[in-house]
Design a protein around this ligand. Structure first.
Ligand SMILES: [Fe+2]
Ligand SMILES: [Fe+2]
Length: 173
C-alpha cells in the first residue's frame, strides 16, 4: 500500500461523521437550538481523529517529506486549511460551553461553525483525494513510500497511548 492509502481510508470515516453532523445541523437550524452533547462527540472526533490522527500524519510525515522535494507549495496551502479547521473547531468549543452555561445566543455561533466545518471537510478531502495525493506520489521512490507507510503505522500505534496518557494527566490536575 502507498502511504496515501491509510489517509484515504481515514477520509471515508471523516465523511461519515460529517454526514451525521450535516443531518444534525439541519434539525438544529429548523428548531433554533443545538445539542451540546452531540457537539462534544463531534468535536472529539474532529480534534482526535480528523486533526490529531489524520492531519497529524499528513503534516508530520507526508508533508514533511514533501517539503524536501522540489514541489509546488500546494501542501502549505493545505496546511493553512488545517489551521483554519483548528480555529473553527476552537470557536465551536467556546460557543458550545457558553451555550451549555445558559447563553442561548451562542446557538448562532454554534450553527455557523458547524455549517462551516461540514462545508469545509468534504471540499478539503476532495482536493487531497483527487488533485493532490496521487500526483505527489511521483516524487517518491518505492523505498521512500514504504518508509512513510511504516512511519504512519508507528504514528498510529503510539497515538492511543498518548491520548490516554494526556487524559490521565489532565484528570490528576
Ligand atoms: Fe488534510
Ligand atoms: Fe486528509
Amino acid at each position: 500500500m502507498m502511504p496515501i492509502g491509510p489517509l484515504m481510508i481515514e477520509h471515508r470515516l471523516i465523511e461519515r461523521m460529517i454526514e451525521v453532523m450535516k443531518r444534525q445541523l439541519k434539525r438544529w437550524e429548523r428548531e433554533g437550538k443545538a445539542d451540546p452533547s452531540f457537539i462534544e462527540t463531534a468535536v472529539d472526533f474532529i480534534r482526535t481523529y480528523a486533526d490529531r490522527c489524520h492531519h497529524g500524519k499528513e503534516e508530520d510525515i507526508l508533508f514533511r517529506e514533501l517539503s524536501e522535494k522540489p514541489t509546488s507549495s500546494d501542501h502549505t496551502r493545505i496546511m493553512e486549511e488545517h489551521s483554519w479547521g483548528r480555529e473553527t473547531t476552537g470557536r465551536l468549543v467556546e460557543a458550545n460551553e457558553a451555550y451549555r452555561n445558559g447563553d442561548a445566543e451562542a446557538v448562532s455561533t454554534i450553527l455557523e461553525c458547524v455549517k462551516a466545518l461540514v462545508e469545509f471537510y468534504p471540499k478539503h478531502i476532495e482536493k487531497e483525494d483527487r488533485y493532490f495525493f496521487l500526483p505527489i506520489m511521483d516524487y517518491f521512490s518505492k523505498e521512500e513510500k514504504d518508509a512513510m507507510l511504516k512511519e504512519e503505522y508507528e504514528f498510529d500505534r503510539v497515538l492511543i497511548h498518548e491520548i490516554y496518557r494526556d487524559k490521565a494527566t489532565k484528570a490528576e490536575e
